[in-house]
Design a binder for this molecule. Structure first.
Ligand code: ATP
Length: 306
């Protein structure tokens, strides 16, 4: 196992404001790592420090084996990472292709290498239809594809993405997200991203949740779901009075809304046992899987599932 990112006791304060309070974590090479937290949790501050754009107050950061050092420009780290922030930094007056090639030249890539790398990013980000268009005339989703392509032109081994799909319509969001996932899976790149979309976090290898500058949860999506979410079953009874009697006789606590009775399951299979027992009473049912949304909401509310 190779460690791509190692963070030890990282702190950042802005004057009196303590934005990041001594966090430690590692990210394995070739994984998708989701960095979550409510607004103001310290995500952007952390990601900007990891990308060498902001000075840490204390702690140690190692990226691709290079230690972040306030006394130099951290060129080795910069060359080995790609960064996409929410605000674009591409030139509106240049075409997508010109923007990306120009960026590649700043890394001193040879002409052959640049052509090869451009072909690579163009394939993954589907640039064919937009490469000759001026960046300033693109839609939000097209701009995002160009932003990611620009960040990848030097073939970094870690890609940092700060809310890559925020503000895009659902279809475009899906398209951009698929491109990110494919890149990660097919090229074994490390992808470190912040997101507010829990369905994106659900496919990450590791998820870390930050709250007010402190890590409050960390693990695989499955482990977090086991700890912070649960499956439930919604039931509609032929005769609600008989249904409630059955629930109470079996000591099943429930909530009721518009004739739909929802009970918590100890596991998905628990539904089968209950359905067999109450088959004659039930007009309709739905088993609802615990989701990453539940995980996030429970963590924020500081609830752990017993
Ligand atoms: P969001 O999801 O809204 O982007 P975040 O998790 O990225 O939030 P940060 O932007 O890192 O959070 O902010 C963490 C805390 O640090 C916040 O309380 C914010 O107000 C504060 N903060 C961030 N930048 C500065 C700054 N330049 N000066 C003073 N305080 C700052």
């Amino acid at each position: 196992m190779t460690i791509a990112i190692e963070v030890e006791n990282l702190c950042k304060h802005y004057g009196e404001q303590q934005a990041v309070k001594g966090i430690s974590f590692t990210v394995e090479q070739g994984t998708l790592f989701a960095f979550l937290g409510a607004n103001g949790a310290g995500k952007s501050t952390t990601i900007e420090i990891l990308c060498t754009l902001l000075k840490k107050s204390s702690g140690q950061v190692t990226i691709n084996g290079f230690t972040l050092d306030a006394s130099n420009d951290n060129g080795d780290i910069r060359k080995s990472i790609g960064v996409v922030f929410q605000q674009s930094i591409l030139d509106e007056r240049l075409t997508v292709r010109e923007n990306i090639l120009h960026r590649g030249q700043t890394y001193g890539l040879s002409k052959t290498q640049l052509t090869e790398n451009y072909q690579f990013v163009s394939t993954y980000l589907h640039l064919d239809d937009i490469e000759k268009q001026k960046y300033g005339t693109l839609s939000g989703g097209q701009k995002r594809r160009a932003d990611i392509a620009r960040a990848l032109i030097h073939r970094p081994s870690i890609l940092f993405l700060d809310e890559p799909t925020t503000g895009l319509d659902p279809q475009t969001r899906q398209f951009v997200w698929q491109a990110i996932k494919q890149l990660q899976q097919k090229t074994n790149m490390t992808v470190f991203l912040t997101t507010h979309y829990m369905e994106e976090a659900a496919v990450a290898h590791q998820v870390l949740v930050l709250k007010q500058g402190t890590i409050v949860a960390q693990g695989t999506p499955d482990a977090l779901k086991t700890k912070y979410a649960y499956d439930s079953m919604a039931l509609i009874f032929h005769n609600p009075l008989k249904g409630v009697r059955w629930l109470e006789e079996n000591a099943l606590s429930y909530t009721e809304k518009q004739g739909i009775y929802t009970i918590r399951l100890s596991s998905t299979l628990h539904a089968l046992t209950l359905l067999k027992q109450a088959e004659k009473l039930i007009a309709s049912f739905e088993v609802i899987k615990g989701s990453m949304d539940d995980v996030f909401l429970h963590i924020m509310a500081e609830e752990e599932i017993a």
